[in-house]
Design a protein around this ligand. Structure first.
Ligand code: AMO
Length: 432
């Protein structure tokens, strides 16, 4: 690399020759003085060309520049109290590396507002805005923190197949694809594979993965391609062990977010780290709390969006932002969910400010019971032979969860889901 980042230029470098490269964020022409605000990955720096001081050729080139062109600038660092950050660059040479067409499809300086669709249609340019780029830097950091947390907790990272032959979460939400002369599907989740891994001796595994879901939802919180931390662990006593792992992971990720000072100040957001241990309430208690606020949910039904939100408000009143709901009715949970008794299951959801960000539980590890649960859910065990076989020759008790990264990001920053995904896939959007 031949260039400095703008952030590396400090006042102590007065008089030093430097090379910088980036995008022409703004151009200002005051006649004798011409300013370029150069933007790079780390920030902005002012390039000041002055009649009399700056080479005529450079001055001419500045006149011909278009906004968002990519340039390389050679020049001298100069302290100047009137320049942003107290420093500017006096250019000795400017090279245009790539000229930007005009008009621009989007205003990176954000003086002109754009709606979400226009922004997503021109996402490459939308991502040049520091406020948008900060979201994805923070996302990268919390994902790294999550991966580090799990690795330190002795989880082994795996990669499961994304082309699969049968549904893992029930049949309706699959995207079919043509696989040579057969039909196959994009994986809804690594569920069956992560469970099969529990029969291999890899007793703590995780994957940072993609879920493909052909759900017709068109909401602020649903997408058709989702990123998730997916985890499975064996030799558990019950679902509480899994909840402890999830709690540790989420808190590590939120804690990391709270340390992203630069990104949070650009985004004008604050992050508070929820208290540990995270509150754990039963499904019945959740219905009761909602009932007291006038929201009646018939026993056996899932919380709808409005009740999830209301429960989030009830919790927030007690100073609780993150909470588990456990012990859901058995019949509403997938076939692999471990029964607690005839009525209830060993499953849980994790709510964060009124939105479910994760669900999981202990699984059935007994071959016979699992076959029965499949049949109960009107699924044919024949379609699951490859999975069921893993339960016949020694399968330890186990459980796990899926944690939606997009959902976590959205609740963490209080933004719609499309804001926190680079190139979201929804009912209407397949490009870019
Ligand atoms: P579930 O289907 O609840 O569980 O998904 C787990 C988490 O993934 C996220 N998520 C979504 N986010 C955005 N848009 C969607 N359409 C969407 N669907 C799911 C949510 C959700 O909590 N196999 C189980 C997990 C397990 O038991 O291990 C599963 O996939 O944050």
């Amino acid at each position: 690399m031949r260039t400095h980042y703008s952030i590396e230029i400090t006042q102590g470098m007065d008089g030093k020759d430097v090379t910088l490269a980036g995008w022409v964020h703004e151009l200002r022409d005051l006649g004798k003085l011409k300013f370029i605000v150069l933007r790079d990955r780390e920030g902005f720096i002012q390039i000041t060309a002055k009649k009399g001081d700056t080479d005529e050729k450079v001055l001419e080139l500045v006149d011909s520049l278009s906004r968002e062109s990519v340039i390389e600038v050679n020049g001298k660092v100069k302290g100047n109290d009137r320049a942003p950050g107290g420093i500017e660059i006096s250019p000795s040479g400017i090279e245009v590396l790539s000229k930007a067409d005009s008009p621009l499809p989007l205003d990176v300086t954000q003086k002109v507002d754009a709606d979400m669709d226009t922004r997503l249609n021109n996402r490459f340019m939308d991502l040049r805005k520091p406020q948008v780029s900060a979201i994805f830097r923070l996302r990268s950091k919390i994902m790294r923190a999550g991966r580090e947390f799990l690795t330190n907790e002795n989880f082994i990272e795996i990669t499961s197949p994304k082309i699969i032959s049968s549904a893992s979460e029930g049949g309706t939400d699959l995207f079919p694809i043509s696989y040579f002369d057969r039909e196959a599907f994009l994986a809804q989740s690594p569920q069956l594979y992560k469970q099969m891994m529990m029969a291999t001796g890899f007793d703590r595994i995780f994957e940072i993965t993609t879920y493909f879901r052909a759900e017709e939802h068109d909401t602020r919180r649903h997408l058709n391609e989702i990123s998730a931390f997916d985890l499975e662990m064996a030799f558990i006593k019950d679902e509480e062990d899994v909840m402890n792992a999830l709690e540790g992971l989420v808190l590590a990720m939120i804690r990391e977010a709270s340390l992203c000072e630069k990104e949070l100040s650009i985004l004008k957001k604050e992050v508070t780290v929820p208290e540990s241990p995270v509150r754990r309430i039963g499904y019945d208690e959740a219905l009761e709390l909602l009932g007291k606020e006038g929201k009646e949910i018939p026993w056996g039904e899932d919380l709808d969006t409005a009740s999830e939100k209301l429960l989030g408000e009830i919790m927030r009143r007690d100073g609780t932002e993150l909470y588990f709901i456990k012990g859901y009715p058995l019949d509403m949970k997938p076939f692999y969910t471990m029964p607690r008794d005839e009525k209830y299951s060993r499953s849980f959801d994790l709510g964060y400010r009124g939105v479910e960000i994760s669900s999981g539980g202990q699984r059935v590890h007994d071959y016979k019971l699992l076959s029965e649960r499949l049949e109960f859910h009107k699924l044919s065990p024949d379609n699951f032979t490859f999975y069921l076989n893993a339960f016949r020759y020694g399968m330890p008790p186990h459980g796990g969860f899926g944690l939606g990264i997009d959902r976590l990001m959205m609740q963490l920053l209080g933004l719609p889901i499309r804001e926190v995904v680079l190139f979201p896939r929804d009912r209407h959007r397949l490009t870019p």
